[in-house]
Ligand binder design. Structure first.
Ligand code: 5GP
Ligand code: ZN
Length: 112
């Protein structure tokens, strides 16, 4: 198991856990790009969005619901925030375990 996110999920790499349930875990990004930068990660190892089966797709709705709850908890639900899923090499995905970036706390620029 050389997947860094699977190691965090298994508790083998000490990481602050912001939220977790049976299917999803949330922890801060180690290299934050915004005042609030959390990673919303399914506990199941799915390599990328491109590997998500139709049967697994409700997981995405669940991750978005977690994001909306985080936004309320962080007090930025009204100000706004951004959810990003990078997929594959050209999509800028570095960690091959599906995850959603939750970014907020400042006015974000468009940069693609
Ligand atoms: P990607 O480019 O794959 O969408 O984003 C991967 C993110 O994971 C990056 O923003 C990076 O800073 C973060 N990351 C990489 N390794 C670790 C780690 O060991 N712990 C945490 N908390 N974040 C990590
Ligand atoms: Zn993994």
């Amino acid at each position: 198991m050389d997947c860094i996110f699977c190691q965090i999920i298994a508790g083998k790499v000490p990481t602050e856990i912001v939220y977790q349930d049976e299917e999803v875990i949330v922890f801060p990004d180690i290299n934050p790009k915004a005042p609030i930068h959390l990673l919303i990660v399914p506990k199941k190892h799915i390599p990328s969005l491109a590997h998500l089966s139709e049967a697994e797709s409700p997981l995405i709705a669940r991750m978005v619901n977690v994001a909306n709850r985080l936004a309320k908890d962080e007090g930025i639900a009204e100000r706004g925030y951004r959810l990003v899923v990078n997929c594959g090499e050209e999509g800028g995905q570095l960690v091959p375990h599906l995850h959603m970036h939750f970014l907020g706390g400042r006015r974000l620029q468009v940069h693609w």
